[in-house]
Design a binder for this molecule. Sequence first.
Ligand code: I22
Ligand code: ZN
Length: 194
Amino acid sequence: MQDRLLQHFNASIETKAQAAELLPPYIEHAAGMMVASLVGGGKILSCGNGGSAGDAQHFSSEMLNRFERERPSLPAIALTTDTSTITSIANDYSYNEIFSKQIRALGNEGDILLAISTSGGSKNVIEAIKAAHDRDMQVVALTGRDGGNMAALLTDNDIEIRVPSDVTARIQEVHLLVIHCLCDLIDCSLFGEE
Ligand SMILES: O=C(CO)[C@@H](O)[C@H](O)[C@H](O)[C@H](O)COP(=O)(O)O
Ligand SMILES: [Zn+2]
């Protein structure tokens, strides 16, 4: 069992090392998009399934409350939290529409969608991206594997941050690191480096 645990730690370290080689320019670009949106009065909507739903909420709570320093609240909404809305959309229409229907109501031009999926194949996240485009929102996509159908949907105005791994857990571990990097860059851009 100790060997097994060590394999998990080493695999996570290895994936993060590979991600460190590839992802910083994409993370900086995504943070710039988010800062521009916030400065222009926009907000960030986030979504994902399972562990990625947790990531979507992790990000929004750090925006709405705080990350590592005292600063004003920043506008963000996780689309994964309102069980009345989610269950009614899934019940009356389809699970694939649980995020897109919310985006069509809450999303405005200039807002950003943070779309999180390790496979890039979750249909409700794909529908969310389509709805964001319809609302003239840009998309920051956190993906893994080959980016799936999500990657194919993105335009030049969007950005994909794709973790170089085929293992869901490893991809999620890097997604959380990317989220903390985004929070830090947003705080530094808006409130100065500490
Ligand atoms: O957290 C985990 C696995 O580590 C699971 O809950 C996982 O997030 C779920 O199976 C999701 O439905 C996977 O969706 P996606 O990442 O492919 O979009
Ligand atoms: Zn998990």
